[in-house]
Design a protein around this ligand. Structure first.
Ligand SMILES: *Cc1c(COP(=O)(O)O)cnc(C)c1O
Length: 390
């Protein structure tokens, strides 16, 4: 075993099930391991490297900012933060943004906002937040409570109180909880990513909006994974035409640098007052400069390309031998296989492509600009290996 693997195994806390691969460097959707083997990357560090590895334009944007200011704290104004907030608002109709460093933190901010908003608007006993079964919202004690999967909760109790779980794509189950509990918000991922790449239906999203209006609660959409072009729209809510009151994002926003953002729309704007929330690293100028570059690159042409690539994957794999179903939105795709997905994944890795898993499915989260040739080669290998595993 390599020196790097040994050192990691000895000194890094053993909280991850890693693949048996040490990655050293890459370019775009191509990445190399320490033995010099070449791979087509289909995971982008879990929907983070929006334009792949070491993208030239992204590196230039980051490098330029690195030479100016790497950090200021939020005691001062700076240009990349202001510019990024303006871009996010003008492209979503949000009114203001809070910057943090991760998806979990972006969701913590959304949850604090919902509690505060409801306490002011409706009374401090209106603190319940409804989330969906099979959801994933993060790893902090509060975002674990928001995560509607019992396996994540075991032995971490007591979790933050006040979370209730409804069924995805089942509006009556949401309304029942809204009727019987004093609620501040409903929170959902437009496509449940970690839960197996399960999109919410158009009807359910519209129902969520209507129910939140009827019961005067906030609608929080967690676009940590679906955001930043991955869905084929800049944000997935735009593909449903359902506007949230709070939206969170992270993963792909910085294109590989840590940043989280909580966007406040009309109803929630101005809820958090000075001193009620903060983050030392939040709005880090380098992360913000990276994110400005990422957003500038996600234009209509790129989004059309994302949709075309998505359709290609769906139409090529759907109904093929060994493939039970293909689900998802844009370049966030889950593939349910007849054979063991773990076996198929290993075979794919041996043939030089790197998909990941979501539950028992194969999951594809390629760079938005993955070259067509790489995508076609990868999809062909997946089809072949899925058939072999029958
Ligand atoms: C990844 C993810 C999170 C957590 O993000 P971190 O940056 O790991 O804290 C939250 N919500 C969704 C939908 C995610 O996919």
């Amino acid at each position: 075993m390599s020196h790097i693997k040994n050192t990691d195994k000895q000194y890094v806390a053993n909280t991850y099930g890693r693949f048996d691969l040490v990655l050293t460097h890459g370019q775009g959707s191509t990445v190399y391991d320490e033995e010099g083997n070449k791979y087509i990357d289909l995971a982008t560090g879990i929907a983070v490297n929006t334009f792949g590895f070491a993208d030239e334009g992204w590196v230039a944007a980051v490098t330029e900012q690195l030479g100016k200011l790497q950090h200021t704290s939020n005691l001062y104004y700076h240009e990349p933060g202001a510019r990024l907030a303006e871009k996010l608002c003008t492209r979503t109709e949000a009114k203001s943004v809070f910057f943090s460093n991760s998806g979990a933190e972006a969701n913590e901010c959304a949850i604090k906002t919902a509690r505060l908003w409801a306490a002011r608007e409706k009374g401090s006993d209106y603190y319940h937040i409804i989330t969906l079964r099979n959801s994933f919202h993060g790893r902090t004690i509060t975002t674990l409570a928001a995560t509607g999967q019992d396996t994540f909760h075991t032995d971490f109790t007591p979790l933050t109180e006040g979370f209730l779980y409804a069924e995805a794509n089942n509006a009556p189950s949401v309304e029942e909880l809204l009727k019987t509990h004093k609620c501040a918000a409903v929170m959902a991922e437009p496509v449940q990513g970690e839960g197996g790449v399960m999109p919410l239906t158009q009807e359910f999203m519209e129902n969520l909006r209507a129910l939140c209006d009827k019961y005067n609660t906030l609608l929080i959409l967690d676009e940590v994974q679906t955001g930043n072009g991955r869905s084929g729209h800049l944000y997935a809510f735009q593909s449903y035409g359902v506007t949230p009151d709070v939206m969170t994002t992270a993963k792909g926003l910085g294109g590989g640098l840590p940043i989280g953002a909580t966007l406040f729309f009309e109803k929630s704007n101005g809820t958090l007052k000075a001193g009620q929330h903060g983050s030392t690293f939040g709005a880090n100028p380098i992360s913000c400069a990276a994110a400005c570059h990422v957003l500038d690159r996600i234009d209509d042409t790129l989004l059309e390309e994302v949709k075309a690539k998505s359709e290609y994957i769906f139409s090529t794999l759907s109904g093929k031998p060994g493939i039970k179903s293909v689900s998802g939105l844009g370049l966030m795709i889950g593939i349910e296989t007849e054979g063991d997905s773990g076996v198929i994944l290993k075979a794919c890795m041996a043939r030089g492509i790197l998909p990941i898993k979501a539950k028992t499915k194969l999951r594809l989260l390629p760079a938005l600009n993955i070259p067509w040739d790489d995508l076609k080669a990868a999809v062909e290998i997946i089809a072949e290996e899925a058939e072999k595993a029958l």
